[in-house]
Write a new protein. Structure first.
Length: 176
């Protein structure tokens, strides 16, 4: 990460529609899993997508088993969207095992530049503002980059969780 990069988290906004669509298309074209889950949301009705994210934050119209969550985009000084984060305000039994408080992802072309570490650091500040004092952050066992990102942000390993398909989820707690 270049020291001249001024990175910040912003709430989703219709003003960055074209930039977000570029971000979204890059994920789709990569054929990778889209993380966090909110970037899987179809942006073809962009204003409706932004309203959906706002409603989630306010706890309105949540599906059964969902909790309020806040979504932010990581942008640089040029307003390029480098990543996204989704912060769950509380944990359900499912989230306690394999979702955690914070899910984040960096667009494929911007990885391995230190942005994920900064994104998680900024996300922890937002989580603290939401009243979270100890955040659970998880990653798949084979996701070395995310593992290092979590450790670099003070992650303390907890017991692993094994999903029904055998996938191992590494679980970490971070004091905020």
């Amino acid at each position: 990460m270049d020291s001249s990069d001024q990175l910040s988290l912003i709430k989703p906004t219709v003003e960055l529609k074209d930039e977000y669509l570029s971000f979204y298309k890059e994920w789709v074209d990569s054929k990778e899993d889209m993380v966090p889950w909110v970037i899987q949301k179809d942006p073809s009705d962009f204003e409706a997508m932004v309203q959906f994210l706002k409603a989630n934050e306010q706890g309105r119209n949540l599906r059964e088993g969902r909790v309020p969550d806040s979504t932010f985009w990581l942008i640089n000084q040029d307003k390029r969207i480098l990543g996204a984060v989704n912060i769950r305000h509380q944990l359900t039994p499912f989230l306690l095992n394999s979702g955690g408080h914070i899910g984040y992802g960096i667009r494929p072309s911007e990885r391995r530049k230190g942005f994920a570490t900064k994104l998680l650091s900024l996300s922890l500040e937002k989580a603290k503002e939401l009243g979270i004092r100890k955040a659970l952050v998880v990653c798949d066992e084979d996701n070395t980059g995310s593992f290092k990102t979590i450790i670099n942000n003070g992650g303390i390993p907890d017991s692993d969780f094994i999903e029904d398909d055998g996938n191992i989820i590494k679980r970490f707690w971070i004091e905020i």
